[in-house]
Design a protein around this ligand. Structure first.
Ligand code: UT7
Length: 381
C-alpha cells in the first residue's frame, strides 16, 4: 500500500465546512484521511503500491503480463493510469488497462486477472486500486468531502499449481441507480456543458445521495457475500476475515448484523484513511496481513460497493505460491528496471522531439532550394 504523508483530521475539516469531529466519528467512524500532495497523482501512488507488492512477491517487472488499475480518478481518460505505471515499472511485456467500477473496482479487477491466469492466457498480473479522491471532491459539500481520502493498494497474482486463490466472485451492477453517486465530467456526449449541470451537480465534482447509497450498501453486502460463499461451497463459519470496502462503520455494523457475524470478523481501518474508493480494500488487506490477521490457507471475503451502482463479493483462499529460490539480485534488478524505465521514457520522448524538429526543418530546406533554382534560372542574385 501507499498513502500520502499529509493527514487531514476531522478538526481540520471543521475549519472548512460546517461539521464537527463528533458528527463525523459517530456517523461514519472516520477520524482522519490522507491527502495527496501537488506532486502525487493516482498513478504515482499506484506505482509505489505496485513496487511494494513486487518487492514482497520478489518478482521482476519484466515478468508481469498484465497491469490493471481500478480507479475513478485517473489522470486522463487515456492514456490509462495503468499504462503510465506499466512504463514507469519497466514492465515491458505487460498489457495495461484501467477498470472503472468505482468502489467495487478492485474486486472486479482481481477477478479479471485471476480468470485470465486460470484460462492460461497470462501467468502474472499486478492489480492496483488507486485514487486521488481529494481532486474531485466538492470541498463545500459537507455530505461528501468529509468521507473520502487518497491512497493506493496493490496485489500480485501469479499462476500456481497450489489450489487456492480466487475461489468465487459475484460481480453485479444496477445502472438504474447511476444518478445516486457520480463524477460528471466531460464525456463523449457533451463537450459544451456549463460548470453546473441542470440537475445541480457540479462538473468534475463528486456528488452522492448518501442515505440512498447507505441503504443500497447494507442490502447488497450480506446478499452478495452469501452468494459468493455458496459458489465456493463454503459457509460464513469458514471465513477467517472479511475485508469490506471502507465506507462507513455503520454500514459494516449493519452488514455484520445481517450476516449474523461478529464485527471483529471485519477488517476496519477507515478511521485512519476514510473512504479511498477502489483503494480501500487492498489498503485494508495490506494492514490485515501486516497485523498477522491473515495466514496461509485462510478463507477471506472481499466485498465492494459503490457508484454505478456496482457491487462485488469474492472468496479468496490466501496463500503465497511455493517460493522458488529467491534470486539474490532481484532487488537490484528491480531498481535497475525502474531507472532504466525512467531513462527509456525520457529518451523515447527526446528522440521524438528531435525527429519532429528535423521534419520541420526539411520542408523549409526543400522550399529554399526550389526558390534558389528559380532565382538562378532568372540569373538574379
Ligand atoms: O464509497 C461509495 C459508497 N458510499 C457510501 O457507502 C456512503 C454511504 N452513506 C453514508 O455513509 C451516510 O449516508 C453519510 C455519512 C454520507 C451521511 O450520514 P447520514 O446519517 O445518512 O446523514 P444524512 O445524510 O441523513 O444527514 C443527516 C443530517 C442532515 O441534517 P438535517 O437535514 O437532518 O438537519 C445533514 O445536513 O446531518 C447533516 N450532515 C452533517 N452534519 C454535520 C450531513 N453531513 C454532515 C456533516 N457534518 N459532515
Amino acid at each position: 500500500m501507499a498513502v500520502p504523508e499529509k493527514v487531514l483530521t476531522n478538526d481540520d475539516l471543521a475549519a472548512i465546512v460546517e461539521t464537527t469531529d463528533e458528527w463525523i466519528v459517530t456517523r461514519t467512524g472516520i477520524r482522519e484521511r490522507r491527502i495527496a500532495s501537488e506532486r502525487e497523482t493516482t498513478a504515482t501512488l499506484g506505482l509505489k503500491a505496485a513496487q511494494r507488492a513486487l518487492e514482497i512477491a520478489d518478482m521482476l517487472p519484466a515478468d508481469l503480463d498484465m497491469v490493471i488499475v481500478a480507479t475513478s480518478t485517473p489522470e486522463n481518460i487515456f492514456p490509462s493510469a495503468a499504462s503510465l505505471i506499466q512504463a514507469w515499472l519497466g514492465a515491458n511485456k505487460a498489457g495495461a488497462f484501467d477498470l472503472s467500477a468505482a468502489c467495487s473496482g478492485f474486486v472486479y479487477a482481481v477477478n479479471m486477472a485471476a480468470q485470465a491466469i486460470r484460462s492460461g492466457s497470462i501467468k502474472t498480473a499486478v492489480v492496483i486500486g488507486a485514487e486521488t479522491m481529494s481532486r474531485i471532491l466538492d470541498w463545500q459539500d459537507r455530505g461528501t468531502c468529509i468521507l473520502f481520502g487518497d491512497g493506493a493498494g496493490a496485489v500480485v497474482l501469479r499462476a500456481s499449481g497450489t489450489p487456492g486463490g480466487v475461489l468465487s466472485a459475484v460481480l453485479r451492477s444496477d445502472g438504474t441507480g447511476g444518478d445516486l453517486l457520480g463524477i460528471p465530467t466531460v464525456g463523449s456526449l457533451d463537450m459544451h456543458v456549463p460548470d453546473t449541470l441542470p440537475n445541480g451537480h457540479k462538473l468534475h465534482k463528486m456528488h452522492m445521495n448518501g442515505s440512498e447509497v447507505f441503504k443500497f450498501a447494507t442490502r447488497v453486502i450480506a446478499e452478495s457475500v452469501h452468494q459468493a460463499l455458496e459458489m465456493a461451497n463454503l459457509s460464513v463459519r469458514d471465513v477467517k476475515l472479511i475485508v469490506p470496502h471502507q465506507a462507513n462503520t455503520r454500514i459494516i455494523q449493519a452488514a455484520a448484523r445481517a450476516l449474523k457475524l461478529d464485527e471483529s470478523l471485519f477488517m476496519l481501518n477507515l478511521d485512519k484513511y476514510g473512504n479511498t474508493s477502489s483503494a480501500s480494500i487492498p489498503i485494508a488487506l495490506c494492514e490485515a496481513v501486516q497485523q498477522g490477521k491473515v495466514q496461509d490457507g485462510d478463507h477471506l471475503v472481499f466485498v465492494g460497493f459503490g457508484g454505478g451502482l456496482t457491487w462485488a463479493s469474492m472468496v479468496v483462499q490466501w496463500g503465497a505460491p511455493e517460493q522458488e529460490e529467491r534470486q539474490r539480485f532481484n532487488r537490484q534488478r528491480r531498481q535497475l528496471s525502474y531507472v532504466g524505465a525512467y531513462w527509456r521514457g525520457r529518451l523515447a520522448r527526446l528522440s521524438r522531439q528531435v525527429a519532429e524538429a528535423i521534419a520541420r526543418i526539411r520542408p523549409e530546406r526543400g522550399r529554399m532550394s526550389r526558390l534558389r533554382r528559380r532565382l538562378d534560372s532568372y540569373d538574379i542574385e
